[in-house]
Design a binder for this molecule. Structure first.
Ligand code: TXA
Ligand code: MG
Length: 343
């Protein structure tokens, strides 16, 4: 059971950051903004503090957390080795929405890695994260600040909706600029392996490395029973609103016909910007069809808005599957429990 708190929602100004630094040093988890999504932070070396993060989220203990650092010197002790590929990728994409899985170093507790011999490390660009780590000198483990299974929060209000009473502090830094969680790439195998797509794309990584980055099968497919997950997070139901979602692949005209045939009370559409008014059912929009970064920024808030409206069944206009859109598609596939129809 998580500890029960009266949750304070404070601006991420000097006073708010000072309180966060105090909690970090005392081993008390709190929520803060990053450029991707809001996270719940605890000292990556403090096993009890990290276990309290799992309790606040209701997260399974076998799903490891990402360790957040503010500069390259902090990698020492967190990763046991930084292979040449990792050095190239860090130079290109840090600070930013980019996580590398590396051999685990001694300064990470067992709870943070779920006992694995590898560790996910990210250097965020968000000024609040940078300020908290620099002022405390503490690298922190942080998962997204949603209740386990729910869409990640991209605003302080969405964080409060999930974490009210479960954390003492939420720092409000406004809406997140990226909106989907960081890209996760494993560099512990023979070849780089993309475990979770994000704003740093497979194509961008391949340009930096001059070699192919393999896509984990779990990005586009359901794990088969008995199949091991390379990224433990992939085996859980994720990003799920209460409504039952279906991804609808095909043209806008075909989507309109499909939606018309399925219109009923409680049935909604999740569509691209500007499409809603022509549809024969209520809808939420999640960014322009041509702008995947905007879709990423809007997606999780749109999923939460559907719940707020009491949507029961949702038909979703399907995004592309390359570049940043692959991240949007991956989250929607999971939110839809892999229900996809072609029209
Ligand atoms: O953008 C983000 O990465 C956000 C913000 C708060 O930084 N954090 C985040 O954390 O999304 P979380 O815990 O919700 O997702 C971490 C993902 C999970 O899918 C987990 O399985 C994977 O990273 N992961 C972490 N450590 C790993 C490891 N050692 N090996 C493989 N996968 C790992
Ligand atoms: Mg998460």
């Amino acid at each position: 059971m998580p500890i029960s708190y009266k949750t304070q929602l404070l601006p991420a100004d000097a006073a708010g950051i000072a309180l966060a630094v105090q909690y970090l040093k005392e081993g008390v988890p709190f929520a803060l903004p990053t450029e991707t999504v809001y996270g719940i932070a605890a000292d990556a070396a403090n096993d009890a503090a990290v276990r309290a993060v799992f309790a606040a989220k209701g997260r399974p203990q076998d799903n490891p957390l990402i360790v957040h650092i503010a500069d390259l010197a902090q990698l020492e002790g967190i990763a046991a080795a930084v292979p040449p590929r990792a050095q190239k990728l860090a130079a290109a994409f840090w600070p930013g929405p980019f996580t590398m899985v590396l051999p685990r170093g001694p300064r990470v507790c067992d709870a943070a890695t779920a006992g694995l011999d590898t560790v996910g490390v990210r250097m965020p660009s968000h000024p609040v994260v940078q300020a908290v780590i620099r002022a405390s000198g503490v690298a922190f483990a942080a998962p997204s600040a949603n209740l386990s299974g729910r869409p990640s929060p991209t605003t302080a209000a969405d964080t409060l909706a999930d974490m009210d009473g479960r954390l003492p502090l939420i720092l409000d830094g406004g809406p997140c600029a990226v909106g989907v969680e960081s890209t996760v790439v494993s560099l512990t195998g023979e070849r780089p392996l993309l475990l979770r797509p994000g704003a740093v794309t497979k194509e961008q990584m391949e340009r930096v490395l001059g070699e192919e980055v393999a896509l984990s099968g779990a990005i586009l497919d359901k794990l088969q029973p008995g199949q091991a997950a390379r990224s433990p997070g992939m085996k859980y139901k994720h990003y799920a609103p209460k409504a039952e979602l279906t991804l609808v692949k095909g043209s806008l005209a075909a989507f309109e016909r499909y939606a018309a045939a399925h219109a009923a009370p409680g049935v909604w559409a999740l569509c691209f910007a500007g499409e809603g008014k022509a549809l024969p059912l209520p809808s939420i929009e999640y960014g322009s069809e041509a702008d995947a970064a905007e879709q990423a920024r809007c997606l999780f808030a749109a999923l939460r808005a559907l719940d707020a409206h009491g949507a029961e069944t949702v038909y979703v206009r399907c995004p592309a599957q390359t570049g940043v859109a692959l991240a949007v598609y991956n989250r929607l596939l999971r939110a839809a429990a892999f229900r996809v129809v072609q029209v």
